[in-house]
Design a protein around this ligand. Structure first.
Ligand code: ATP
Ligand code: MG
Length: 404
């Protein structure tokens, strides 16, 4: 027998009172986006639960996709059966025979949503329970915590059987918390930061600084593929490429090496903030982790953050590198992140960046630069593409080719 649909139980959003429908609609469109790789699958969302109709699509890959979507507490694969006592009996027996292992206990939980059906739920439990004993005479019924709880629901159009309960990703539907700009490099930390922001419902847009010809098309593609890895949690993500070459050359030319990192980061922050403002974002998200590299001291963070009053969320700031790597592996970004492509920050990076930049010095060096003009030109040169969850194999192959 093949599963016909997947029943979705909502997570935390159940507690959100009058916002409930807004949450559900968001989750529905996220599910549609993520599942768009399966053309036959359709999604229907109601107040209490959602249904994903497989229409012949294999259950397993779809389930793996669903396990990643935020806002889902749990889900169950369901068999659809013709609504006659004999068909249901046969299905119950087939299912039980396929999952029974020695010593297992069971119960039937019948529910008659269609009250015109000939059996009420008590009769349903009894008759279907007996049908199980007919094919598995040795099995024991157990009402409390049985190994198998086979649920039968009689609805208008058909009967539905399910026995499995799969844990979902939890979190909140992506987009329900508003929009944030993720500063996405090609490194390990920022994709993890993006994932954690998505988990709490933030609709992220990826902002990536590229400095061609110092950075290669491969480095850009890597950032886009990392973004694609993040789409499986909530759907499409806008990828914003910022031309950063002019700014890096200017800084390299006019600023002492020790302050190069600080000034570069302040420009990134200013530009990201401008893009945020233009695109209706509420926060900036980055992958800074305290003490990880010389530039990530509290003094440095303060100097960089001083260019804006916009909240900057740093989801991995207190994590150890190994904790971050664990998450990167779980979300499948790690192998991509460690591919050796140059980042715009590393190419000009001095051996010893200032770990405690003085704001007075920062301002003095910045006075040598046309900040407004540089920011304006970078912002007006951005390129935006929409990244979808579609198959990444070809793109990844190309990326590897670039490396060889
Ligand atoms: P990551 O692993 O995310 O690259 P990192 O440990 O290498 O981080 P830094 O290089 O100091 O740390 O960068 C700190 C943060 O600045 C990054 O996590 C990212 O949010 C942002 N950032 C760095 N380079 C870029 C870039 N080229 N484009 C966009 N954001 C960037
Ligand atoms: Mg980096």
């Amino acid at each position: 027998m093949q599963y016909s649909e997947i029943m979705i139980r909502y997570g935390e959003l159940s507690t959100k009172g009058k916002n409930r429908m807004r949450f559900i609609n968001k989750l529905k469109s996220n599910m549609k986006h993520v599942l768009s790789v399966y053309p036959d699958v359709t999604v229907q969302a109601e107040r209490d639960r959602a249904h994903i109709y497989l229409n012949g699509t294999n259950y397993q890959p779809v389930a793996e996709s669903i396990e990643q979507i935020f806002g889902i507490q749990a889900f169950s694969p369901v068999y659809r059966v013709e609504k006659t006592v004999s068909a249901i009996k046969k299905a119950v027996q087939d299912v039980m025979l396929s999952i029974y292992q020695e010593g297992m206990t069971f119960k039937i939980t019948g529910k008659r949503s269609d009250h015109t059906f000939e059996l009420d739920s008590r009769e349903l439990n009894q008759i279907m329970g007996n049908a199980v004993f007919d094919v598995l005479p040795q099995i024991k019924a157990q009402m409390k915590q049985p190994d198998i709880n086979l649920k039968i629901e009689i609805r208008e159009e058909a009967a539905y059987l399910s026995y499995e309960n799969v844990k979902g990703a939890g979190g909140l539907p992506v987009g329900t918390a508003g929009r944030g700009m993720l500063m996405l490099s090609g490194g390990i930390d920022s994709p993890v930061a993006g994932y954690l922001a998505l988990k709490r419902g933030v609709d992220i847009e990826a902002v990536h600084f590229a400095s061609p010809p110092y950075t290669s098309p491969g480095a850009l593609k890597k950032a886009q593929e990392l973004t694609r890895k993040l789409t499986k949690f909530g759907g499409n993500i806008q990828f914003i490429e910022v031309p950063f070459t002019e700014i890096q050359e200017e800084i390299k030319d006019k600023v002492p090496e020790a302050y190069l990192m600080t000034l570069t980061r302040r420009f990134m922050m200013r530009i990201t903030d401008r893009i945020r403002q233009e695109r209706g974002g509420l926060v900036i998200i980055n992958g800074e982790s305290l003490g990880q590299v010389a530039s990530q001291t509290l003094e440095s963070m303060q100097a960089i953050n001083a260019v804006t009053t916009t909240p900057v969320i740093r989801p991995v700031v207190t994590m150890d590198k190994l904790e971050i790597i664990n998450i990167a592996q779980k979300i499948d970004t790690f192998d991509l992140s460690i591919q050796p492509f140059e980042d715009c920050c590393t190419i000009f990076a001095p051996d010893r960046p200032k770990t405690n930049p003085k704001i007075k010095n920062v301002e003095q060096y910045e006075a040598r630069l046309d900040i407004e003009g540089l920011v304006n030109r970078a912002v007006s040169g951005i390129k935006i593409i929409e990244i979808t969850p579609q198959a990444t194999d070809d793109a990844l192959d190309e990326l590897i080719d670039d490396l060889l």
